[in-house]
Design a protein around this ligand. Structure first.
Ligand code: NAD
Length: 475
């Protein structure tokens, strides 16, 4: 059993064993981890409480150098990290490498931000008084992250948390412990003082809940169901929270769109990384005039996608992450069939050379936005087409959802593109681009049930990871 919880600078074990297998080949046992329990959570917070005050007072340069070392560690180990991620998480190697590079860029970006800690000096309405507005760290931040971007998502929380002087207790998804340990090793190998950064491998309901009970703030990424529960727990403790949650992202395709480009965008946005992206284009909303040609073009492309072992060079679509997700996806395929959606392509589990969680990328046509398949997040290689009469109906259908993360439109009309950008209820909009795929230096987040709290990434991250102090000084 691997002793892979990082507490106060030491690697320690846990009582319960967790075996991880490769989703591309279930005979490949990757490792067995010792899961943290309540005692480890308490020890991690004690270590963080001891170390954070000095870290919060460290010079900006000290913190910047740590972030720079983390970025360098990620870049130097990029191929090794991509292999771990592909083996454990089922991502193709190019996808995994892309994610690892993104994490490195994020760390490098925050190495710069650490030096640019903002503040403000204002005049006072009173004579001989100065006003200074400064930012302090929040304290110990609990980071709870999912399995689908197990490198980039944690890094867009870890990097700003450290850059702005906070202590960190990170609880990654229990489905991807290997890559989490590899990232924690890189953080620990920087010049970061012991105890500032801690890793706990543990299950959500017990270790996650204990992290929430001890932290000064929680940054969470995961499903809306879990996020809602965590937001309530944070409110009870009156601690701040930042929640990035699910999506049911619309891609609108209008009659005047470039058909080939729109089909490429839809297939990329819906199926790459097995559709396991919170920004995946799961609802394709298509106007009458282009509808039939678009469905045909997509179905042809989807049928040609090469599903296979994530570590094989020619694989485009790997397996889904685990048995729970595999069954959930198949369950939604049955639900869609039961709702009389027309199966345009896919719709089945695949048996390949190695036993794994392989699904044929699946497209349903002739669906309505009222169907369960269009209301609930599947989080797998399953997308639907909804036929609409015109742009106005397309926009109304796009907005008729509890989610609001990313929304795209394929059109050559400036009028519709601008109207969509202004009126779609989403945190991120895309013009002639897939709904998934964002930059690392810009704010990331959504509206409605997709996000709650301040934005992540870019300059906006400072809002969550610092607290403001207003000081009045007699001159
Ligand atoms: P999940 O909600 O099941 O788990 C997320 C994390 O929360 C995990 O670390 C898990 O252990 C923990 N957790 C679970 N129950 C908990 C509890 N009661 N208390 C504390 N922690 C708990 O989500 P998942 O299956 O890991 O990830 C998939 C979901 O994440 C999808 O809904 C996807 O859309 C969403 N996601 C959102 C974004 C975004 O930025 N908006 C990015 C990636 C993934």
């Amino acid at each position: 059993m691997l002793e892979k919880n990082l507490i106060g600078g030491n690697w320690v074990g846990g009582a319960q064993a967790l075996e991880i297998r490769n989703p591309s080949d279930l005979s490949d046992v990757i490792a067995t981890y010792g899961l943290a329990g309540k005692g480890e959570v308490e020890a991690a917070f004690a270590a963080a409480r001891k170390a954070q005050p000095a870290w919060g007072r460290a010079t900006l340069e000290q913190r910047s150098l740590v972030l720079e070392a983390i970025a360098r560690g990620i870049f130097d180990n990029k191929d090794r990290l991509a292999q771990i991620l592909a083996r454990e998480g089922g991502k193709t190697v190019p996808d995994a490498l892309g994610e690892v590079m993104r994490a490195g860029h994020i760390a490098r970006f925050f190495a710069g931000e650490a030096l640019r800690m903002p503040g403000e000096k204002l005049g006072s309405v009173r004579p001989n008084v100065d006003v200074e507005i400064t930012r302090d760290p929040v304290g110990i931040v609990g980071l709870i992250t999912p399995w689908n971007f197990p490198v980039a998502t944690p890094m867009w929380k870890i990097a700003p948390a450290l850059a702005f002087g906070n202590g960190v207790v990170w609880k990654p998804s229990e489905k991807t412990p290997g890559i989490s340990v590899a990232i924690a090793e890189i953080v620990a190998a920087s010049s970061i003082p012991a105890g500032v950064f801690n890793l706990l491998i543990g299950a959500g309901p017990d270790v996650g809940a204990a992290v929430i009970a001890n932290a000064d703030a929680i940054s969470f990424t995961g499903s809306s169901t879990t996020g809602r529960r965590i937001a309530v727990a944070c409110a009870e403790r009156l601690i701040r929270c930042q929640m990035e949650m699910g999506g049911k992202n619309p891609l609108v395709v209008l009659d005047d769109a470039d058909l080939e480009l729109a089909a490429d965008i839809a297939v990329n946005g819906a199926f790459f990384q097995q559709g396991q992206r919170c920004t995946a284009s799961s609802r394709l909303i298509v106007t009458n005039g282009i509808h039939d040609a678009f469905v045909k073009a997509c179905a042809e492309r989807i049928a040609k996608l090469r599903v296979g072992h994530a570590l094989k060079a020619d694989t485009q679509i790997g397996p889904v992450i685990d048995d729970t997700q595999f069954r959930k996806n198949l369950g939604y395929i049955d639900i869609a069939k039961g709702e009389n959606a027309r199966l345009a392509t896919g719709g089945e589990a695949l048996e390949l050379e190695t036993k794994g969680y392989y699904l044929a990328p699946t497209l349903f046509a002739d669906t309505t936005n009222a169907m369960r398949i269009n209301r609930e997040e599947v989080f797998g290689p399953v997308a639907t087409v909804i036929r609409v009469a015109d742009y106005e109906e397309a926009l109304a259908v796009a907005n008729d959802t509890e989610y609001g993360l990313s929304a795209g439109v394929c059109t050559t009309s400036m009028k519709h593109a601008r109207h969509f950008q202004r009126n779609v209820e989403a945190g991120m909009t895309m013009l002639n681009l897939p709904t998934a795929g964002v930059d690392y230096h810009t704010p990331f987040g959504g509206r409605k049930a997709s996000s709650y709290g301040p934005r992540e990434q870019g300059r906006y991250a400072v809002e969550f990871y610092t607290q403001i102090k207003t000081s009045y000084l007699l001159a």
